[in-house]
Design a protein around this ligand. Structure first.
Ligand SMILES: NC(=O)c1ccc[n+]([C@@H]2O[C@H](COP(=O)([O-])OP(=O)(O)OC[C@H]3O[C@@H](n4cnc5c(N)ncnc54)[C@H](OP(=O)(O)O)[C@@H]3O)[C@@H](O)[C@H]2O)c1
Length: 297
C-alpha cells in the first residue's frame, strides 16, 4: 500500500480520492475550502495544512485542480509541493491544463529528481465514482509504470501517450470531439423540438444509430428536462476551449468548429451559467432561435 496525497477535492477530485481510500492506500488531502477535507477525514484520510505538507507525507501526489495557474501555484508557489519534494516522489496532475505548462513544471521537478506526469481524464463524475475513467498519461515511462496501481483505483482505460505534455494534448483532442458533439446534440434537439417532434423520442432513435454519442445519451435528456446540475462545469469547458485556442495558434492548426463552440460557451459563462453543466449550452441556442426545447407531455 502506498502513501498518496490528493489536492483538489471538487466534483471529480472527491470521488477519485475516495476510491484511493477504498483501495486501502494511506491518504493525505488538501483543498482550498474546508468542507470536502472534513468529509474525507471522516472516511479515514488525514488532513494537511499545505501542499508542502502533502508532499512531505506522500510518495505519490495527485492534483485535480481547475486551471494552469492553480496547478502552478500548488506546485511551485509558496508552501508549494516543490518545497516538500524529495528524490523519486511522483506528482500526477490529473487536471486538464495547458500541455506547455506541464512540460515546464515537469522540467523544474526533474531538476529536484522528482517525477511529474500529466494524466488528464475523460468521463465525468459517474465514471469518477465508478473508477472507470479513461486516463491519458505523458511523462517518464518509469514513473507511469510505478503509478499504475494508483491510477487503476480511478480508471479503467489507462494509456501511456509519450513524453511530458502528451497526456494533455490527447485530452485536448478529446475536448474537440466533446465540444463539437455537444453543439451537434443541442442543434439536433432544437430542430427536433421546433419541427414538433418529441425530443426524448429523437434521442432514443438517433442514439440507436450512427448519430449515437456519450453527449447525446447522457446530456440529451438533461437538455430536454432542463436539468443543468453540473457533471462538467461550463466554466471548465470554456477553460479547455481557451487552451485549445492557444494551442491552435502555437501549432498553426485551424480549429474552425471548435472556436465556434468557444464563442458560444463564452456567451454562456457571461450569462452567469459558468457553474452549470455544459448541457446548459442549449440556452444560448434557444435565445438565438427564440424557441425553448421541452418534452412532450
Ligand atoms: N467534471 C468533469 O466532468 C471533468 C471531467 C474531466 C476532467 N475535468 C477536469 O478536472 C479538473 C477538476 O474538475 P472538477 O470538475 O473537479 O472541478 P471543481 O469541481 O471546480 O473542483 C476544483 C477543486 O479544486 C479546488 N481548488 C481550486 N483552487 C485551489 C487551490 N489554489 N488550492 C487548493 N484547492 C484548490 C477547489 O476548491 P474549492 O472547494 O475551494 O472550490 C475544488 O475543490 C478541471 O481541470 C476539469 O477541467 C473535469
Amino acid at each position: 500500500m502506498s502513501r498518496v496525497g490528493f489536492i483538489g477535492l471538487g466534483l471529480m477530485g472527491k470521488p477519485m480520492s475516495k476510491r484511493i481510500l477504498q483501495h486501502g492506500h494511506e491518504l493525505v488531502v488538501y483543498n482550498r475550502s474546508r468542507a470536502p477535507i472534513e468529509e474525507l477525514v471522516m472516511l479515514g484520510a488525514k488532513a494537511a495544512e499545505s501542499p508542502k505538507e502533502v508532499a512531505e507525507r506522500s510518495d505519490f501526489i495527485i492534483l485535480m485542480l481547475p486551471d494552469s495557474p492553480d496547478v502552478e501555484k500548488i506546485v511551485l508557489g509558496p508552501n508549494g509541493i516543490i518545497e516538500g519534494v524529495r528524490k523519486g516522489i511522483i506528482v500526477i496532475d490529473m487536471s486538464t491544463i495547458s500541455p506547455f505548462q506541464e512540460i515546464k513544471i515537469a522540467e523544474i521537478l526533474r531538476q529536484k529528481e522528482a517525477y511529474y506526469l500529466d494524466a488528464p481524464v475523460s468521463g465525468s463524475t459517474p465514471a469518477a465514482e465508478a473508477g472507470t475513467l479513461t486516463i491519458m498519461v505523458g511523462g517518464p515511462r518509469e514513473a507511469f509504470e510505478k503509478s499504475l496501481p494508483i491510477l487503476q483505483c480511478m480508471g479503467k482505460n489507462i494509456h501511456y501517450m509519450g513524453n511530458s505534455g502528451a497526456g494533455q494534448f490527447t485530452k485536448l483532442c478529446n475536448q474537440i470531439a466533446v465540444s463539437l458533439n455537444l453543439l451537434g446534440v443541442c442543434e439536433a434537439l432544437l430542430l427536433a423540438s421546433k419541427a414538433g417532434l418529441d425530443p426524448l423520442k429523437v434521442i432514443e432513435v438517433v442514439g440507436s444509430g450512427a448519430g449515437a454519442s456519450w453527449q447525446l445519451t447522457n446530456l440529451g435528456p438533461k437538455i430536454v428536462i432542463k436539468d443543468f446540475t453540473p457533471g462538467f462545469k461550463a466554466e471548465h469547458l470554456k477553460k479547455d476551449l481557451r487552451i485549445l485556442s492557444e494551442v491552435s495558434e502555437q501549432l498553426g492548426v485551424p480549429l474552425f468548429g471548435t472556436m465556434t463552440v468557444y464563442q458560444l460557451v463564452k456567451s454562456l459563462v457571461e450569462n452567469g451559467l459558468g457553474k452549470c453543466g455544459t448541457q446548459s449550452l442549449i440556452t444560448i441556442l434557444e435565445q438565438l432561435s427564440k424557441h425553448r426545447v421541452t418534452a412532450h407531455s
